[in-house]
Design a protein around this ligand. Structure first.
Ligand SMILES: NC(=O)c1ccc[n+]([C@@H]2O[C@H](COP(=O)([O-])OP(=O)(O)OC[C@H]3O[C@@H](n4cnc5c(N)ncnc54)[C@H](O)[C@@H]3O)[C@@H](O)[C@H]2O)c1
Length: 257
């Protein structure tokens, strides 16, 4: 049965692959045998580090520059993958920006910044990837990284939460739209994992609140996303799963006082 989780011969793109969670996902997918295109938007250092780590373990990786807000730069990056490997089986959308600006103070610029990266960009990237999968008649898997803030409102992260709520709907919409083409679209809904985009938000007081509201009473660790990620990425392991939004949150979303 372990064979059904193998990604040997598959190609995956990870947008946000230089980030904390995205980086862990790069390593998990490479560990399962996939070749990985690691996307970065500005500074290549994080992506190059992930690439080196993949190669150290005998894997194959490339880095791609693309700002997810810019459709043209995304198209060029996917074209590069096509040129190098002539296929794309898996896309992981893990870019993300966050802010704690109170609702009444949010500027249009900040609203657009968060929505453009977390939601609009994910739409354009998914559409380009799906087009590539459809043209090559591949059974594709697109995995969006949502958040536990996407459902019942989480304090302090207003615009971010709305972008993730939109992502949940978009995940189901794309799943419905592309099921006839054998492309599955699902989302992972992480709870709380210390990372770059939430470093300032996770104060001591907030951490205590989070732990009190998490059945397991602790943060998640990046590699605790790996099992569900590989399951969703593998067409042999999750061939009948699409439109799903899977929480990995230590029980956060199933808990009340
Ligand atoms: N860390 C958590 O607790 C948590 C919880 C729920 C969901 N998430 C989601 O997980 C994903 C990864 O975030 P993380 O927590 O690892 O944070 P992170 O800050 O470490 O990573 C964010 C990534 O987004 C990329 N990015 C930012 N702007 C971009 C742009 N314009 N174009 C392309 N990429 C861009 C960054 O380069 C980075 O790789 C995000 O979607 C985030 O919303 C994280």
């Amino acid at each position: 049965m372990t064979d059904i989780f193998s990604l040997q011969g598959k190609t995956a793109a990870v947008i946000g692959g230089s980030g904390v969670l995205g980086g862990g996902m790069v390593q998990a997918l490479a560990g399962a045998g996939a070749r990985i295109a690691i996307f970065y938007s500005e500074n290549p250092d994080g992506a190059e580090r992930q690439k080196a780590l993949v190669e150290e373990h005998g894997g194959v990786a490339m880095v791609c520059k693309a700002d997810i807000r810019n459709e043209e730069s995304l198209k060029n990056a996917f074209l590069e993958i096509d040129k190098n490997w002539n296929r794309l089986d898996i896309l992981v959308n893990a870019p993300g920006v966050n802010s704690t600006t109170p609702l009444m103070d949010i500027s249009e610029e900040e609203w657009n910044h968060i929505m453009d990266i977390n939601l609009k960009g994910v739409f354009f990237a998914s559409r380009i990837a799906a087009q590539m999968m459809i043209e090559k008649k591949l059974a594709g898997s697109i995995i969006n990284i949502s958040s536990v803030s996407s459902d019942v409102p989480l304090s302090k992260v207003f615009t971010y939460s709305i972008s993730k709520a939109g992502m949940n709907n978009m995940t189901r919409f794309m799943a419905r739209e592309w099921a006839p083409h054998n492309i599955r679209v699902n989302a992972i809904m992480p709870g709380f994992f210390p990372a770059e985009q939430n470093r300032e938000i996770l104060t001591e007081e907030r951490t205590e609140d989070i732990f009190n509201h998490t059945m397991m009473g602790r943060f998640g660790e990046t590699m605790e996303l790996a099992g569900v990620l590989i399951w969703l990425a593998s067409n042999n392991a999750s061939s009948y799963v699409t439109g799903a939004i899977v929480p990995i949150d230590g029980g956060f979303t199933s808990m009340s006082i």
